[in-house]
Design a protein around this ligand. Structure first.
Ligand code: ARG
Length: 477
């Protein structure tokens, strides 16, 4: 303990190496560099950072702050760096902290004019720009993949329109539904997820470049020009630029909205995973999962475990954690930029990566799954699933619903007492329960008829389900 550790004394980066080194007599300690670097996770922003820098160079040339030649040299240098990054040849240096300074320093060594690139720009508006470009790209990618997943759900639904299973409330058998109707519920959820990612795209679609560190610049820049260069445009192609420099450099709403859209998507992953895990258990036996997305037990040779689904359920917890990390980080920060905000990127990247791979895994697990028609038929044959239909039968005969509900309750209790299925109660006993129960009451238990009587919008009748599938197909093209 008495011995001074080398990390606290040693300065790993020369002071001039840091872009901000002018007012310092010593560079940062190695420990500080290790603690404060972000290039280990923000290097992935390089394509966006370079797009932003090219737009910045072109704008500076457009307003006459740099020459056309200087601009061309900078743009060429940036393109070369991007190629090196893409081919893994670029050497990242943690002493240069982040993606922005790594690229700028290497560029400036090769292209002297690049010393002018940071004119009227701060890393604060630079990182905000990079991340808005990231969110547009990420949201568009998730939006598209959600569409693919929805199409797979529609394929499975279409194949299973006449496979009926018990629908559950309280995890108790409730009423019959088709597998298709059950899966279409998830199509609805994932379609709302898509709308949320479209909203994130829209909110991200404003250029913060030119906001500087906090209060813009005294130089005659053209923010609309760089916005157009980076495709921050409205439907008519007009530039969209943020309206308040302080908000632009410290706003992290889009981060939170993105993480929130991912978290809610994760809720849906988790719920469908749980449904399939239950259906796959021996107790239900409704579905057989593909070998390729299940695993065995190292001890029990008979096991085939639904690991892909359990991991989908488990990974959704990370998505929720990432959202909580972001809201907690931002909530007490004074305006404007604070270094805390560097920590905004790992949760966002993790949510993006987790959602992307989860979408693929869920789609493939579903595509390879097959419903076990015999087990579904056996479960849905339970006449109790149509007890509510008996009440509806009485309502049609003029009995008030509350009374009808009571009557059917008696019938259920009677069947239980007799130890027979509800639909096999002898009519002699049935008719004593209520005079409106006629001999044709057993017709209620015909599953096909029961399903065909549920054809209003949103119900599980086969025609309605077919229509929903067709409507979704049209919407998804
Ligand atoms: N790496 C930093 C981040 O992600 C870039 C912005 C740094 N700005 C600053 N004023 N130190 O937050």
């Amino acid at each position: 303990m008495a011995k001074k550790t080398s990390t606290t004394k040693k300065t790993a980066a020369r002071k001039e190496q840091a872009t901000w080194g002018g007012r310092f007599s010593q560079g940062p300690a190695e420990l500080m560099l290790k603690f404060s670097e972000s290039v280990s996770f923000d290097a992935r922003l390089a394509p966006f950072d370079i797009a932003g820098s090219k737009a910045q160079a072109k704008m500076l040339a457009h307003v006459g702050i740099i020459t056309k030649k200087e601009c061309n040299d900078i743009v060429r240098g940036l393109d070369a760096i991007l190629k090196e990054i893409e081919t893994g040849k670029f050497k990242w240096n943690i002493a240069l902290e982040d993606v922005h300074m790594n690229i700028e320093q290497v560029l400036t060594k090769r292209v002297p004019a690049a010393a002018k690139l940071h004119t009227a720009r701060s890393r604060n508006d630079q990182v905000a720009t990079d991340m808005r470009l990231f969110f547009k790209d990420a949201s568009a990618k998730i939006f598209e993949k959600l569409g693919t997943l929805m199409n797979t759900l529609l394929d499975v639904a279409a194949r299973n329109q006449d496979v009926y299973i018990p629908g559950f409330t309280h995890l108790q058998r409730a009423q019959p539904v088709s597998v298709a109707h059950h899966l279409l519920a998830y199509v609805e959820m994932f379609s709302r997820d898509r709308e949320r990612f479209a909203a994130v795209f829209d909110h991200a679609n404003w250029s913060p470049l030119g906001s500087g560190a906090i209060a813009g610049t005294t130089l005659p820049i053209d923010r609309g020009f760089s916005a157009l260069e980076m495709d921050f445009v409205d439907d008519r192609g007009n530039a969209r630029v943020t309206r308040n420099s302080m908000d632009a450099v410290s706003d992290r709403d889009t981060f939170i909205e993105f993480a929130s859209a991912c978290a809610l998507c994760g809720v849906h992953f988790s719920r469908i995973a749980e449904d399939l895990i239950l259906w796959n258990s021996s107790e239900f036996g409704f579905v057989a999962l593909p070998d390729t997305f299940t695993t065995g037990s190292s001890l029990m040779p008979q096991k085939k475990n639904p690991d892909s689904l359990e991991l989908l359920r488990g990974k959704s917890a990370r998505l929720h954690g990432n959202l909580v990390a972001l809201v907690t980080m931002v909530k007490g920060l004074p305006l404007t930029y604070n270094r805390d905000l560097q920590e905004d990127k790992p949760p966002v990247f993790d949510s993006f990566d987790t959602v992307m791979i989860s979408l693929d895994v869920l789609r493939e697990t579903l595509a390879g799954a097959s419903m076990r028609a015999d087990r579904c038929a056996a479960a849905v044959a339970d006449p109790l699933l149509l007890a509510t239909d008996v009440a509806d039968y009485l309502v049609r005969a003029g009995v008030p619903f509350r009374e009808a509900h009571h009557v059917v309750g008696h019938l259920v209790a009677l069947a239980e007492k007799e130890g027979v299925p509800l639909n096999t109660l002898p009519f002699e006993k049935v008719k004593k329960v209520h005079p409106k129960l006629r001999e044709d009451w057993v017709k209620v238990f015909d599953l096909k008829t029961a399903m065909a009587s549920r054809e209003r919008v949103g119900m599980p009748g086969p025609k309605q389900v077919k229509k929903q599938i067709l409507d979704w197909r049209k919407r998804l093209v």
